[in-house]
Design a binder for this molecule. Sequence first.
Ligand code: NAI
Length: 283
Amino acid sequence: MTINTIMVIGAGQMGSGIAQVCAMAGYNVFLHDLQEEFVQKGIQSIEKLLARAVDKGRMTEEDRDDTLRQLHPSTSIQNAAEADLIIEAVVENMDVKTGIFKMLDDIAPKHAILASNTSSLPITEIAAVTNRPEKVIGMHFMNPVPVMKLVEIIRGLQTSDSVYEVIEAVTTKLNKVPVEVNDFPGFISNRILMPMINEAIFALYEGVAEPEAIDEIMKLGMNHPMGPLTLADFIGLDTCLYIMETLQEGFGDDKYRPCPLLRKYVKAGWLGKKTGKGFYTYS
Ligand code: NAI
């Protein structure tokens, strides 16, 4: 099966990055969101990153123009009728995602593959709301998408081998490395990463150390490129909370209990870098 047109649903930090790498690889791309201003914000962030790549000599002006030409803004879900592959990257909420997958199943061509960039939600459950569970798969990109090499590919219970192979080939064409995992809460990446971030938040909550000290210890002591609290701010504290809740519910184990301080920050609207305030302040 040949993939020519990809639709990305959700033009936030992940969706815009995914649309960018797909366009750079030569795919025809729809970048879709609920409102025109959200789509434009996503496109502007892509333009900014491409301009920086040209300035640094990592991309020619011609390649930048080609990439931008491949990108089509969308606020009509009906554009899914033209897509061979749809990658959903909206908020980490099961009801929202299943609502979208039901719509996509009705609109997208029969051959189209429906992928989710979910960080932790069960692909099998998302697939079950469609009439094509064998064509539903997880494509978990890492943040920031244009920089990070990994795509964790999640096979739902019913994902077919041929669909897995197509997605593996697309990922390689995006100049990324696909790694296959089975469908369990948090997959591998967030099952291991998120409890560490949550523990760092507990350490802050219990007054063990200041945020800067916690991050410095993990950077200098463990050679992590970024401390866990800074990383949480970059991921988005709402997303971190959703993932911890998914782990807690999925495994039924109290060791995944989200830290009350994380809940408090999310309730306050302190969602990290994207809102200007999380464990640190951003201008
Ligand atoms: P975000 O909050 O930056 O963007 C979400 C976008 O989805 C927003 O622009 C919103 O308007 C749009 N949206 C919401 N409902 C919609 C709908 N019904 N139809 C169309 N668009 C809709 O979130 P972010 O960080 O990009 O996360 C998106 C997904 O990617 C989540 O599932 C998250 O778990 C996952 N993810 C996030 C990572 C991160 O580091 N932030 C890393 C890997 C995966």
